[in-house]
Design a protein around this ligand. Structure first.
Ligand code: ADP
Ligand code: XUL
Length: 548
């Protein structure tokens, strides 16, 4: 127990959680006293705004091909230093930091050469981090989850391991374009010299953890399961998939270690340059696994919906029950269990495309939802502005049924309803009765969007306690990992008590509106099938729905 501070207040141990997402880097610090925790620091840096010199748009480097998406590992390093500087400058007393952990956008990969271990262990505290990272990259850019350019590689890997069913049974997912394995295979094919110069392929999470500890950090099973390379049952690399992906890959992958492992201690660079203590660094994980903790889902039976850059729906699973339709994913959960997840790429960016088309602010957007009826009088929009993950759409196109592009308010309702109905339709494989949803991510700030969510699912929606549940999850994982390392592990229920949503954030479903959506859902599915070229024109059914 820590001694009382001079002001008489007890000053507890601090845990820092970082989240390097698609668009921003967030830091959340919790202060822990016994089994009580509270958030004492929460700040974000937007990549586009804070680092305009990289020219990113929503965190993505300028695109040369529409189906490719890259970001900059150097920018991420610069952001890491900048946010830690902010934490130190906050006056919290960083010497009290017991452990640091992190969360990162999933699937993205960072390619380091053989000089990395030596350079990382001898970073010069007189120099900024980013300039010292540049020479250890064997690839200047990192492909990220928005990349959909690896269909050929997905097919090749699938064939080599014996088909999509087998790949999914072992790794939790059939081959997906954004997953790390297919991305590595493409790099090895298009730049064999760059691949040969690569000694270690990190995920974004293990790369950033490596920068903190000054050595190659391990990867946790939660983020490793987004690679199409890890066997879910033993949470180790699956040799068949590794050999099918690229030559010599087994030697280039990080070790997989439990999510609560100590990856190392904060390196001398950070201690000398910024005054951080030699705190434990707990293995980083992916943003969705961290969010699972940050919204307190440590038991089966509830789901969370994250409305971030991507929209995702996920929940904890005791057993790795893989989606037979091949839509969703099973990942390892940071609790040592599993999690089911379905991801939609046309999330916030699709809502922004509609918002921008009519020059709306978010207040205007919310008002449009207020003034339009549930079911939108049978007007439907399929919002595939960008290549879609669920269902798989390689050539994006927006489809409108009985909907004029001139009707601003109806388009706003149509995009939100379509996204929520798509989540309802494509999450049934998880076999969870959804009566409670924990909502998180940037767009969860919007009450009207959450009302549509509650009405479509007929479920109670609770808003998460902080806007960035991935960063909170990372801070809670740092605390958990520290208790494990101390030999006094706390149960997840205790660790996540602070993450349980409060009753005051409840948004209740409206039964009449839910009845409307029950009727509309099969017609929405018919719209999706038609847009995919797999079904008849749903317009007559929508007309009957509108006249009911
Ligand atoms: P990520 O973690 O994937 O980088 P965030 O969870 O931070 O993304 O969400 C960022 C997104 O939140 C923005 O792109 C924006 O579209 C959305 N957003 C922010 N405020 C609102 C709002 N009031 N209504 C709807 N969407 C919002
Ligand atoms: C999940 C996915 C995204 C990224 C970015 O599979 O691709 O949710 O993790 O948030």
């Amino acid at each position: 127990m820590s001694p009382p501070s001079p002001s008489g207040l007890r000053r507890g141990r601090l845990y820092l959680g970082l989240d390097s997402s698609t668009q921003s880097l967030t830091a959340i610090v919790i202060e822990v006293d016994g089994t009580d925790a509270r958030v004492v620091f929460d700040a974000s840096l937007s990549f586009d705004e804070a680092f305009p010199q990289y020219g990113t748009d929503h965190g993505v480097l300028p695109r040369t091909q529409p189906d490719e998406a890259f970001s900059s590992p150097i920018m991420w390093a610069e952001a890491l230093e900048a946010i830690v500087e902010r934490v130190v400058a906050s006056g919290l007393g960083v010497s009290r930091i017991g452990a640091i952990s992190g969360s990162a956008q999933q699937h993205g990969s960072v390619y380091l050469n053989a000089d990395a271990p030596r350079m990382l262990s001898r970073l010069d505290p007189a120099q900024p981090l980013a300039s010292q990272i540049t020479p250890i990259l064997s690839r200047r850019v990192a492909p990220i989850w928005l990349d959909s350019s690896t269909s050929t590689e997905c097919a090749e890997i699938t064939d080599a391991v014996g088909g999509p069913g087998l790949l999914a049974q072992h790794t939790g997912s059939r081959a997906f374009e954004r997953f790390t394995g297919p991305q590595i295979r493409k790099f090895a094919a298009v730049d064999p010299d760059g691949y040969a110069a690569t000694a270690r392929v990190h995920l974004v999470s293990s790369y950033l953890a490596s920068l903190l500890v000054g050595a190659h950090a391990p990867i946790d099973p939660g983020d490793a399961s987004g690679a199409n390379l890890m066997d879910l049952t033993d949470t180790q690399w699956w040799t068949a998939a590794v050999s099918a992906t690229a030559p010599g890959l087994a030697d280039k992958l990080p070790t997989i270690a439990p999510s609560w492992s100590v990856a190392g201690t904060v390196s001398p660079y950070w201690q000398t340059r910024l005054g951080l203590p030699p705190a434990r660094v707990i293995a980083w994980s992916g943003d969705n696994p961290c969010s699972l903790i940050g919204v307190g889902l440590v038991r089966e039976g509830r789901v969370a919906i994250s409305l971030g850059t991507s929209d995702t729906i996920f929940g904890l699973m005791k057993d790795p029950n893989v989606d037979p339709s091949g839509t969703g994913h099973v990942f390892a959960s940071p609790t040592g269990d599993y999690m089911g997840l379905t991801c939609f790429s046309n999330g916030s960016l699709a809502r922004e495309r509609v918002q921008d088309a009519y020059g709306f602010t978010w207040t205007d957007f919310s008002r449009a939802l207020d003034v339009t009826p549930a079911g939108n009088q049978g007007r439907v929009l399929i919002p595939w502005f960008e290549p879609e993950i669920t269902p798989a759409v390689a050539d994006p196109r927006v489809h409108r049924y009985r909907l004029s592009a001139d009707d601003a308010a109806a388009n706003v309702r149509a995009v939100v309803e379509a996204q929520q109905m798509a989540m309802a339709v494509h999450s049934t494989w998880m076999s969870v009765t959804i009566d409670t949803i924990h909502a998180t991510g940037g767009a969860a700030a919007n009450k009207q969007i959450l009302q549509v969510m509650a009405d479509v699912f007929g479920a109670e929606v609770y808003r998460s306690t902080v806007s960035n549940s991935a960063a909170l999850g990372a801070a809670l994982r740092a605390w958990h990992g520290d208790t494990v390392a101390e030999g006094t592990p706390l149960p997840w229920e205790t660790i996540t008590a602070i993450a349980q949503p409060s009753a005051t954030s409840l948004i209740a479903p409206n039964p009449a509106r839910h009845a409307v959506y029950r009727e509309l859902l099969p017609i929405y599915e018919a719209c999706e099938a038609h847009a995919l070229g797999r079904g008849p024109d749903p317009t007559p059914a929508l007309e009957r729905f509108a006249q009911r």
